[in-house]
Design a protein around this ligand. Structure first.
Ligand code: PNS
Length: 161
């Protein structure tokens, strides 16, 4: 039987427990998840694409997950990977408008693309990479929000270690 594969695109700057939760949930539906890290310096990420990939690989060890970068349009990347399903995590209603816009634009560009929204656990409804970075920068506790390898990298980045 053909494997069910989905692409989970994002900035992952850095990966949080919210993202890990979405990956775990997606693996209940799909045989394999490709985590596609946007390599776009215009977004001025804190971590380079290589650093973000390294952290994700560390965190998803043992799971049927592939991690790689992409640049340009997501729909073009999907064609290259010969997959049709995009996974996006949904937290509060505030995510909806932007997600709805992206899913609609992707569908407009390629009618074969389907976007599936996976709800994150309520524990992570308020969590974002931005929040984790802000806390880490100010020396706040981040262990509840990001896996240990990410926490260590954040501390190094902000000179807290
Ligand atoms: O984690 P993010 O920053 O919310 O992820 C956004 C991402 C990477 C999924 C989105 O910006 C994207 O797909 N960028 C690639 C360019 C593209 O295809 N744009 C058209 C759809 S908005």
């Amino acid at each position: 039987m053909e494997k069910r594969i989905a692409v989970y695109p994002g900035s992952f700057d850095p990966i949080t427990y919210g993202h890990v939760d979405v990956i775990r949930r997606s693996l209940k539906i799909f045989d394999k998840v490709i985590v596609a890290v946007l390599d776009n310096e215009n977004k001025s990420p804190l971590f380079t694409a290589e650093e973000r990939i390294g952290m994700i690989k560390n965190v998803v060890k043992g799971m049927p997950v592939e991690v790689e970068t992409f640049s340009g349009l997501l729909v073009d990347y999907m064609k290259k990977k010969k997959t049709h399903t995009v996974i996006r995590g949904l937290r509060a209603m505030s995510d909806f408008e932007h997600e709805f816009q992206m899913a609609t634009v992707n569908k407009f560009m390629d009618d074969d693309i389907e976007t599936i929204f996976v709800m994150t656990d309520k524990k992570y409804f308020y969590l974002s990479s931005r929040l984790a970075k802000e806390l880490a920068k100010l020396g706040g506790p981040v262990s509840e929000f990001v896996p240990k390898p990410v926490e260590d990298k954040l501390k190094v980045k902000f000179g807290k270690k």
